[in-house]
Ligand binder design. Structure first.
Ligand code: ADP
Length: 629
């Protein structure tokens, strides 16, 4: 079902619904009313039967009474001798007695001329006795030998009554007529107050019996002139205007029910049902108020309206719910779209970022590869340079070494030559002295050789606890000849054996040798030639300090001295690699190297290395020693 379309045409839908509701309500109301009227008609029919039967029974009770009374001899006596006062009096009392015991309204005897001779109401204010009723049809009928029966308003009593009359006969001759008048007002009173109205009309349509007192002596339909004249002549209803009841009658379509309305009052609508009482020439009518049917119809309309309202509220509720659902769906859709958009944007961003990252990654990988390559190259170059530096240093030292070695060699030769000559001369003691000198000299040469061996030794590559005392001593041994040549004062403050750094012993030696060597070069030619080496313990680090009394380092050179190939020396004296390599070595060992002005007036170089707690040998140390062995 397309609710959206329905919502768009809601006014049309509302109008159609209203029309539908009205049609359904109208149909249902009509149906309910018809059903209710049918039910009223069914029950009315039985009611009408009951009323008619009751009336008929009431009349039948008195129907034979005049014939019975007529057989009494007293009646004939009076008829034959109306002047017999006693007989008349006796008959009066007799008729009064009969009247009382049967419940009749009046009982009276008329002679052949219609003159009343005796009557049950003989002692009332307006007795019938002496009055003539020969104009009444019942008298004429009785005189004709039939059972006289007639309904009329009493001319004397003004009371409505039904008259039964029978002739009083003797020997086939009619002497008079005895009449019993039946009063119907008792029945009327009994029936008054019932929901339905009972109306009895005579053949002219005059209402002479009605449970509604104001309807009495009215007519069902207007009387024509002829009927009116006839009624007036018969004096049936003396003094009665005989106006028609303002009844509007109709038969609803599709039914056989006769409905009537009294006047303009819609509240006074009745279902009219009639039945003939042929023996009395009457029509008995039952008028059942339609109010109950009307009420049922109203109830039905109310019920349908309540249902329609319930449906309306249900519809409104459903519509509201649908609207909310629609809004929620719309909101969800928008949220989904927004989410999708954000997701797509994010994905796009992630893609581009990933691409960037991949690119940077590749770039980084390339750079790392290049660095690795460069590092490997640098390492190779470094090693080569270290070796080259060593060779250069060797080269530089070779003069000194040569000098150091040539002197003892020359001395050894002269001692040997001299010893040979002395041996020939048998001066054995002097020969022995020469040999001792030769031995001392060779020992000294061997020491120089061993120092050179130490210097040319390659790094073990093992990092471990290194005693600075040993390092400084070894450096001093290596650099000794040089310092002697310079005639400089090498002041070395040897630390405690236990002062150790975490390093590679050979490399630290090389660094220290290089620093002392530079310092000796710097003080060369200076008036004061002092080179000082000492150590400083600083919490978890140890500084190895080399100071000299040389010219120091110019400020503009200070920032370049660790650069490769930076040198202020002659080409034959320096390559400008010593500090570069030394710095590199120290950095690799996890330390730092710096240059500044020292307190001796020259340069001050500091090599800071991580210290090792003195104590039991570390595993590295022991391993190193094992390897050395
Ligand atoms: P080289 O000694 O071959 O020149 P180095 O790298 O050892 O190479 O030294 C670089 C430069 O640092 C030297 O040329 C010198 O100018 C300066 N230098 C090094 N040590 C000292 C020092 N103790 N006093 C003054 N200048 C120094």
């Amino acid at each position: 079902m397309n609710w959206g379309a329905i919502l768009r045409y809601r006014w049309l839908v509302a109008a159609l619904s209203a029309i539908g509701y009205l049609l359904v309500a109208w149909q249902a109301a009509m149906q309910v009313q018809q059903t209710a009227v049918d039910a009223l008609a069914a029950s009315g029919h039985s009611q009408l039967n009951l009323y008619a039967t009751h009336l008929r029974g009431e009349l039948q009770r008195f129907e034979k009474l005049p014939t019975l009374i007529a057989t009494h001899p007293r009646l004939l006596e009076v008829l034959q001798d109306p002047d017999d006062v006693d007989a008349v009096d006796g008959l009066n009392r007799y008729l009064e007695e009969i009247n009382r015991s049967t419940g009749a309204a009046d009982t009276y005897l008329m002679d052949r001329n219609g003159l009343t001779l005796a009557a049950s109401n003989w002692h009332s204010e307006r007795p019938f006795v002496g009055r003539n009723f020969n104009f009444r049809p019942y008298f004429q009928e009785a005189m004709a030998g039939q059972l006289g029966r007639y309904f009329a308003q009493g001319t004397a009593s003004q009371q409505r009554g039904y008259y039964f009359a029978s002739s009083v006969r003797a020997g086939g001759k009619v002497f008079g007529v005895v009449v019993v008048k039946v009063n119907l007002s008792n029945i009327e009173q009994e029936w008054e107050g019932l929901p339905e109205e009972v109306v009895v009309t005579d053949p002219d349509g005059v209402i002479f019996f009605a449970t509604q007192p104001t309807w009495r002596f009215k007519t069902i339909a207007p009387l024509d002139h002829q009927a009116r004249t006839r009624i007036e002549l018969s004096r049936r209803y003396p003094k009665a205007a005989l106006e028609p009841l303002p009844l509007k009658a109709w038969v609803p379509e599709g039914t056989q029910h006769q409905l009537v309305q009294l006047g303009d009052n819609q509240q006074q609508r009745y279902l009219l049902q009639s039945q003939a009482m042929a023996e009395a020439g009457w029509q008995v009518h039952l008028m059942t108020p339609l109010q109950s049917a009307h009420q049922q119809m109203v109830n039905a309309i109310l019920l349908i309206s309540a249902l329609a309202l319930a449906l309306l509220f249900l519809g409104l509720g459903l519509r509201q719910r649908y609207k909310r659902r629609l809004e929620k769906m719309l909101y969800d859709e928008q949220a989904r779209e927004a989410l999708y958009r954000t997701h797509a944007q994010l994905e796009q961003r992630v893609k581009s970022r990933t691409a960037d990252l991949s690119e940077s990654n590749e770039q980084l990988s390339r750079e790392i590869e290049e660095r690795r390559h460069a590092e490997a190259q640098l390492r190779a170059t470094q090693n080569e340079l270290i070796q080259a530096a060593k060779l250069a240093t060797l080269g530089q030292m070779s003069a000194g070494i040569n000098h150091e070695l040539s002197q003892p060699l020359a001395a050894i030769r002269s001692y040997a030559d001299n010893g040979q000559a002395l041996l020939e001369k048998g001066r054995l003691q002097e020969v022995e002295s020469n040999l001792v000198q030769i031995s001392d000299l060779t020992e000294r040469m061997a020491r120089i050789g061993s120092q050179l061996k130490i210097f040319s030794r390659k790094s073990t590559g093992l990092v471990g606890a290194v005693s600075l005392k040993g390092v400084i001593e070894a450096a001093r041994a290596i650099i000794g000849p040089r310092s002697n040549k310079t005639d400089a004062t090498l002041i070395i403050a040897l630390p405690d054996e236990r002062l150790q750094v975490c390093a590679d012993e050979v490399l630290v030696q090389q660094v220290l040798v290089n620093l002392i060597h530079n310092a000796l070069q710097a003080v060369e030619g200076e008036a004061e030639r002092k080179v000082e080496v000492h150590t400083e313990q600083r919490s978890d680090q140890v500084a190895l300090v080399v100071e000299d009394s040389g010219p120091g380092i110019a400020d503009e050179h200070l920032e370049h001295i660790f650069d490769p190939f930076f040198t202020t020396k002659e080409a034959s004296e320096g390559l400008g690699l010593g500090l570069t390599i030394s710095n590199r070595i120290v950095t690799e060992l996890g330390g730092e190297m710096s240059a500044s002005s020292g307190c001796l007036g020259g340069a001050r170089f500091e090599v800071v290395l991580p210290s090792v707690e003195s104590g039991p040998e570390s595993e590295l140390e022991s391993e190193r020693k094992r390897e050395e062995r």
